[in-house]
Design a protein around this ligand. Structure first.
Ligand code: GLA
Length: 723
């Protein structure tokens, strides 16, 4: 059911095949369904070939929904059994399947699972009569995709023997001061081995230190090893356990979560975007985002008639009746000093004059979102200071509706949201904005109540609760749209909602979610969309991030203030799409790439992780005002892809002050020295240019003709270039 997800879990943890794994990297593939295709005897020689780590949409089967079969031929050597201490259990590791699978070996069903976000691992008795040792076997996976992305994805697929080593888990924890690796014995028996940890300089591959310890772990025991005491640099840490009896190993490798953003200064600094759009007569709610030692004192010069201002918290409220541009001066002071910034409220038709910034519940809580969970992230957004960098929206995604409307046709929030109006008031009182989610179809993607034929009721309810943002997700509208492929039929449900939103006496930012169908970026403004998703759902993998982020090559033509392309929400921090959360699987460098690229793309920035559990690395990643300023630039341009090859890409965005933000992205798995010549990127005006490092907030000097940077694997050098 999930939309156009993408693939391959490498990244934060470097996964590799073990020596005795039977790798299943490609399969024979056929669309359709036939019970005979599970049989060993089926002749699939004329079938297509497909890779396993990637949904079929990316392999020549766009928009295919329904059944398809994967057939893997593999030789099963009895040597893998002989080399195992345990000889009784064979593992078939399929990774993820979108949506459902039924899996067979030589015609016998070995497992089936429903749901796209579930890792499939089936265990078989090695004595099973259908297994053919020292002979050819066939593994068949019957996949059903109900919509959006389809097929096998998520990373490596393999078959191997379960062994004593499977009782050991290796983990690594980081905090600002140290890195600790741990071993845990899940079994009841003693396990002996060697624990080898190494610290490597990834730029030079020089091993900086190695610790090698003999470990005897009792059943249920955990063993800790302190590896580093000061985690400030980019280092590669690897931890390997080598089990004594089988000599089998398990390894975990991670990059240190190195922080680039310098600490905020004690002096006052205003970080808010320079403009704010509102319709005449609509309530204004605007909090000045500012950093500096607290308490801060706020004031405004030339505050327009109709607005009032709270000097203690910097919140501007009220309304302006006349259309026009209202310029004022924001002033913030503290014991260290005073700062000011020109600010304009544009009273007109267009909202979201800079890309919306905030949080959305989906990537962490999925359908388990609740009022309490939203409030805990909102409170943390304030307490951790993210609000001072401009993070504002708190958006509920899917999962808030009761299944049945009231007798007047109004939607009722379910028991997880006991009082929407009170929740809205609570957020507004703190200077935050309130977002909600629905679908133009009868049901949302998660099967909750949609707005179909109740658009007026819903828009009225949203306004009465104080909603500021609506994400409107296509999903079950497919049933209504049927086989109509005209552009008008794709625009229709959004135009209906546009009309009822415009009738409300408050401003509701309109976010279209339909995964880019019919090139939504070409017409999203016609239905008054403020932003529009351009792709399917993002996941916290490099494949997903890079295939979505680097495919935004034409959207810049249509992007302007109030009209933003949306490559989906940020996959940083604690994620889970449900009750249980995990740290993002993206490496620190991949996360720097993520934020840099999204800022270059002028994307809405919606934090996907649970902010109440935010760690130092993620907090710093989201608190860099120079980086955020690229996203929030008032010119409202989107970056263009200037250079693209298999090793690196360069993206460039024109900024209001005449400078350019440039992202130099390394797509490869090793450090690359990448040169950008001013001529090649069409910055010909002068030969020597000033280069400023945005993540480090540091001037790098003047560079004649070109600039060269040693960029980390999957990482970025993000610079601002001036004549
Ligand atoms: C779709 C959207 C996601 C999320 C879910 C909710 O998959 O693309 O962002 O809103 O629906 O069910």
């Amino acid at each position: 059911m999930k939309k156009w997800i993408t693939i391959l879990a490498t990244t934060f943890t470097i996964q590799s095949f073990a020596q005795q794994d039977i790798k299943l990297e490609q399969a024979k593939f056929k669309q359709g369904d036939n019970a005979e295709w599970k049989e060993l005897s089926t002749n699939d020689s004329q079938w297509a070939t497909i890779k396993t780590g990637m949904i079929w949409e990316l392999q020549g089967y766009p928009d295919y929904n329904g059944y398809a079969w994967y057939r893997f031929h593999f030789f099963l050597p009895s040597s893998i059994k002989q080399n195992s201490l345990w000889k009784d259990s064979l593992r078939v590791f399929l990774n993820k399947v979108d949506d459902n699978d039924e899996t067979y070996i030589n015609g016998t069903l070995i497992g089936k699972t429903e749901g796209w976000n579930i890792t499939r691992e089936y265990h078989l008795a090695t004595a099973s009569s259908f297994l053919k040792w020292d002979a050819d076997n066939v593994l068949c996976v019957r996949v059903f995709d109900s919509g959006g992305g389809g097929g096998m994805y998520g990373g490596n697929i393999f078959i191997n023997m379960m062994d004593i080593i499977d009782n050991i888990t290796v983990n690594m924890q980081f905090n600002a001061k140290q890195c600790t690796a741990s071993l845990h014995n899940k079994s009841f028996k003693n396990i002996d081995g060697e624990f080898i940890t190494t610290v490597t300089n990834p730029e030079t591959n020089k091993v900086l230190s190695t610790i090698n310890k003999k470990v005897s772990l009792k059943g249920g025991d955990t063993y800790l090893s302190n590896i580093l005491t000061n985690v400030t640099e980019r280092l590669l840490i690897s931890a390997t356990f080598k089990e004594t009896q089988t000599k089998k190993t398990i390894t975990l490798t991670k990059t240190t979560p190195y922080i680039l953003t310098p600490s905020s200064s004690a002096f006052p600094k205003i970080n808010s975007a320079k403009v704010f759009g509102v319709r005449s007569g609509s309530p204004v709610l605007y909090k000045i985002a500012a950093t500096g030692d607290k308490p801060l004192k706020y004031s405004v010069e030339n505050l327009p008639k109709g607005l009032k201002f709270d000097a203690t918290n910097g919140i501007i409220t009220g309304k302006i009746d006349e259309r026009g541009d209202y310029s004022m001066k924001l002033i913030v002071s503290n014991v260290k000093g005073k700062t000011e910034k020109k600010f304009t409220i544009k009273v007109g038709d267009v909202l979201a004059l800079t890309p919306p910034m905030g949080w959305n519940s989906w990537n962490c809580w999925g359908l388990s979102v609740s009022s309490e969970k939203l409030k805990s992230s909102a409170q943390a957004l304030i307490d951790k200071g993210l609000i001072d960098h401009g993070w504002t929206y708190m958006n509920i995604d899917d999962g808030w509706e009761e299944p049945i409307r009231d007798e007047k046709g109004n939607v009722i929030p379910n028991k997880k949201f006991p009082d929407m109006k009170a929740l809205g008031d609570w957020l507004h009182g703190k200077g935050l904005k309130f977002g909600i989610y629905s679908s133009p179809g009868p049901k949302t993607c998660g099967g909750y109540l949609g707005s179909y034929q109740h658009e007026i009721n819903d828009a009225n309810s949203y306004a009465s609760w104080g909603i500021d943002y609506l994400k409107y997700d296509w999903c079950s509208y497919e049933e209504i749209n049927g086989k109509d492929t005209t552009l008008a039929s794709y625009q229709k449900p959004y135009a209906i909602m546009r009309d009822v939103l415009l009738k409300q006496k408050r401003d509701i930012t309109f976010s279209l979610c339909q995964y880019g169908m019919k090139n939504v970026w070409e017409w999203g403004d016609k239905v008054n969309g403020n932003c529009w998703r351009t792709t399917g759902d993002i996941e916290d993998t490099w494949e997903s991030l890079s295939s979505i982020g680097f495919s935004q090559t034409v959207q810049y033509k249509y992007t302007k203030p109030g009209r933003w392309s949306d490559p989906d929400m940020l996959v940083v921090g604690q994620l889970g799409w449900g009750e249980s959360l995990h740290a993002t699987k993206l490496t620190p460098d991949e996360q720097y790439t993520h934020i840099s690229l999204w800022c270059l793309l002028s994307a809405p920035l919606l934090i996907g992780g649970d902010i109440s559990k935010i760690d130092d690395f993620t907090l710093n990643l989201l608190s860099n005002d120079e980086v955020i300023a690229v996203d929030q630039d008032v010119l409202g341009k989107e970056a263009k892809q200037i250079v693209a090859n298999s090793i690196y890409q360069v993206w460039m965005k024109e900024l209001e002050d005449g400078s350019h933000a440039i992202g130099i992205f390394n797509l490869s798995n090793k450090y690359q020295n990448i040169s950008v010549s001013w001529n090649d990127i069409e910055l010909k005006k002068s030969i020597s240019k000033k280069v400023h490092d945005l993540w480090r907030q540091k001037n790098l000097g003047s560079f004649k003709d070109s600039f060269t940077s040693n960029v980390a694997p999957h990482g970025v050098t993000f610079i601002k270039v001036n004549d």
